[in-house]
Design a protein around this ligand. Structure first.
Ligand SMILES: *[C@@H]1O[C@H](CO)[C@@H](O)[C@H](O)[C@H]1NC(C)=O
Ligand SMILES: *[C@@H]1O[C@H](CO)[C@@H](O)[C@H](O)[C@H]1NC(C)=O
Ligand SMILES: *[C@@H]1O[C@H](CO)[C@@H](O)[C@H](O)[C@H]1NC(C)=O
Length: 486
């Protein structure tokens, strides 16, 4: 090749490269701008905002993997694992659909479930909360199906499924009792309750800290424990979270139903003496910190490492803190922050690095190596189209329970320390396992709520079946059978 030609070629090549990267950054910044517009339209601190924020992760990284168990749109698709799915309660002790060795009883993981006490109705609360989910328009896409701006319960609720208990109030003791009875009977041992500081809540509801004593009491009567799921708010910082921990531990720390556990391997990792080890393995209250990445790692270090200026370590407010993994990098940030472990929350497989269940074994290895607790979050599916009609891409079909079972199986394979279930009753996102019924009221809405294939209790029954198959139930179930409402 002649040098002149090479030079020409190089120039052309460089020009091309510049053009391509220019286009890329243009596209990227318009994408960022778009995301910022979305973020602005969201209520601050609410779950809605957060889920949407994290939505950008797979997009930004160009990684939108096809959801592996989501091919039920194609009715001819072969069911992934299911061979025969007989009535779940009776099949609870039957061999699972896998040939792997089952119980690894050395460390039966605790089975925990995310619980939302944010629903309200006029009978109990004077007005609707959450069931009437206020519609948040997407900036560029119009709602499909001509939905009204806000939902109007009881017939039209902000969910794709309809609760068997109807649009209930979370403050109704009868409802709480039924919930705890169901959760307990499903082989779950800890209820992880969404919590905002006193006098704070998300934008769809009103503060519910005052409800915590009642929830603790009902947990106790059904041999359940309660842990707190700390929700983010506008002014959250390491210091404000310390205040929250102080408040919670002072106020609820003596309740027998508050869940406590030893912080995994911490003492050993820090090479303390035997006395210190004993002191360290004292059981501490567990907190899940939702969207922990919103607070800077250096700020978290002030709270969660022993030389931080507002540290909880070795004080009466010491606790086990789990951070949320969305991106791969979050694992390192959580570790650097001084947290005790991590969880993944999102029930839409592949929605984020953390929620992609194929990543769980590697995350588990990472945690093991760094003496951290690993709590992958399993879920029955995901469907939030009635509150975010544009978000169909993240829908995950339940596939008659197959999706949920796959999640449990992977939690077992990945040797989870804690299995967290998303969720008992996050109806807006369609991750609930709470009993749902088929429902239609053509006068109010033409929407046909989705029914569970095998009846309202199907997902409680599958939960029990999975706990018995892969793990060990932590207590004698009360009642022994999942209650049916007639
Ligand atoms: C919280 O709300 C209660 C009842 O509405 C009120 O009495 C109290 O002053 C509020 N506290 C704060 C810190 O806003
Ligand atoms: C609901 O139950 C709690 C805990 O048992 C109790 O303290 C409270 O008074 C009950 N509320 C009503 C309205 O009965
Ligand atoms: C729907 O409207 C029809 C006609 O007005 C009425 O007869 C029927 O009772 C209504 N159904 C419900 C469930 O409200």
């Amino acid at each position: 090749m002649k040098p002149v030609f090479v030079l020409k070629f190089l120039t052309a090549f460089t020009l091309c490269l510049t053009f391509i990267s220019g286009m890329y950054f243009l596209a990227k910044s318009s994408e960022d701008a778009e995301l910022k517009v979305h973020a602005k339209e969201y209520p601050i601190g609410g779950k809605v905002k957060i889920v949407h924020d994290t939505l950008k992760e797979p997009e930004a990284e160009g990684a939108q993997p096809p959801p592996p168990v989501d091919d039920v749109d194609n009715p001819d698709a072969e069911p992934a694992v299911e061979v025969k799915d007989s009535a779940p309660t009776t099949s609870a002790t039957k061999a699972p659909t896998t040939k792997e060795p089952l119980k690894d009883n050395a460390h039966p993981p605790s089975i925990q479930i995310f619980y939302y006490p944010w629903y309200g109705n006029p009978q109990v609360d004077g007005k609707w909360f959450h069931w009437n989910h206020k519609y948040i328009p997407h900036w560029s896409k119009t709602a499909d199906g001509g939905l009204p701006p806000d939902h109007s319960p009881p017939a039209d609720i902000g969910a794709n499924f309809y609760p068997e208990l109807g649009p209930y109030s979370s403050r109704d003791n009868k409802t709480i009792e039924k919930h705890m009875k169901w959760i307990s009977a499903a082989g779950i041992d800890v209820v992880v309750v969404s919590w905002y500081p006193k006098n704070m809540s998300d934008e769809q509801g009103e503060p519910w800290d005052t409800l915590m004593p009642t929830l603790l009491d009902y947990c106790e009567s059904f041999k359940l424990k309660l842990a707190f799921h700390l929700e983010p708010y506008k002014t959250r910082s390491a210091e404000s979270v310390r205040n929250d921990l102080v408040y919670i531990i002072d106020k609820y720390g003596k309740h027998p139903a508050l869940y406590r556990m030893p912080p995994k391997g911490k003492a050993k990792a820090q090479g303390k003496s035997d006395v210190a080890v004993e002191e360290k393995t004292k059981e501490l209250p567990l907190f899940y910190v939702y969207d922990s990445y919103l607070v800077d790692t250096n700020d978290w270090r002030r709270l969660a490492t022993s030389d931080g200026d507002v540290t909880i370590r070795e004080t009466e407010y010491d606790a086990v803190l789990l951070g949320l993994v969305v991106k791969e990098q979050d694992r390192l940030e959580i570790q650097k922050s001084g947290f005790d472990g991590m969880y993944t929350y999102f029930a839409a497989d592949g929605f984020s690095y953390g929620s992609k269940m194929d990543n769980w074994p590697a995350m588990s290895e990472f945690c093991k190596k760094h003496d951290l607790i690993f709590s992958p979050s399993v879920g029955p599916g995901y469907d939030d189209r009635r509150v975010r009609p544009w978000n169909g891409i993240n829908r995950r079909e339940r596939n008659n329970g197959v999706y949920y079972k796959e999640h449990f199986k992977m939690a077992h394979t990945a040797k989870a320390d804690i299995v967290s279930i998303t969720s008992f009753n996050e109806w807006h996102e369609g991750t609930q396992i709470e009993p749902a019924i088929p429902f239609k009221d053509a006068n109010v809405t033409h929407y046909d709520y989705i029914a569970y294939d095998k009846g309202p209790e199907q997902y409680l029954e599958i939960t029990l079946e999975m706990v018995k198959t892969y793990f060990t139930a932590h207590h004698e179930n009360i009642p022994m059978q999942i209650e049916r409402i007639v």
